[in-house]
Design a protein around this ligand. Structure first.
Ligand code: ZN
Length: 214
């Protein structure tokens, strides 16, 4: 089971990935998390990436693919994995296909969580996370406790620095220009499913589980 969750930033890919991971016992591979870890641990790739991100630039595909290649070689990926946050461009999708055929992995199943653009900005400015353990919240779709303390660890719930309106509308523009064409790419390859993302986390989850059990 090799799965790509696809959709604009803020549609809840991370949340669904966690649910799928738990239910089907396959790891969630979030390129965003891997990148943050690499930066935090000051690995060679992390140092390169952090320099670029501080300049507001995108991290090059080679770095992302190296992170993925390394991660999916681990034992826990034997029966599958969920890629969260990658690929974001057709060039990346092609590189990923190359990596998969090199490693003799079966093709991916691609599931889109579809949310209209105007709703995406709303959701992104509503995003919060626990400063301490990283648990995700969203004021609209997944509200934190009223006292704004994490219900897992008691940490303070904050807004990520890059979740302000300016960077969000920039990211949406980048998404529409680069990532949306990916939909077509995966439709051509088969195994593409689109799910209505304007519903509760549970309803979206049930749809995804239904597809994966087929
Ligand atoms: Zn927490």
């Amino acid at each position: 089971m090799h799965l790509i969750l696809f959709g604009a930033p803020g549609v809840g890919k991370g949340t669904q990935a966690k649910l799928i991971s738990k239910n089907f016992n396959i790891p969630q591979i979030s390129t965003g998390d891997m990148l943050r870890d690499a930066v935090k641990n000051k690995t060679e790739l992390g140092k390169k990436a952090s320099l670029l991100m501080n300049q507001g630039k995108l991290v090059p595909d080679e770095i992302m693919l190296e992170l993925i290649r390394d991660r999916i070689s681990h034992n826990d990926c034997k029966s599958g994995f969920i890629l969260d946050g990658f690929p974001r461009t057709i060039a990346q999708a092609k590189e990923l296909d190359k990596l998969f055929s090199e490693l003799q992995l079966p093709d991916v199943t691609c599931i889109e969580i579809n949310v209209p653009d105007e709703e995406i900005i709303n959701r992104l400015v509503s995003r919060r996370l626990c400063e301490q353990c990283g648990t995700d919240y969203n004021l609209i779709t997944n509200p934190p406790p009223e006292n704004m303390r994490c219900d897992k660890c008691g940490g303070t719930i904050i807004q990520r620095k890059d979740d302000n309106e300016e960077t969000i509308s920039n990211r949406l523009k980048v998404y529409l220009a680069q990532t949306a064409p990916l939909k077509e790419y995966y439709q051509h390859k088969g195994a593409f499913f689109s799910i209505d993302g304007l519903r509760s986390i549970e309803e979206i989850r049930d749809d995804i589980f239904g597809i994966l059990k087929q």
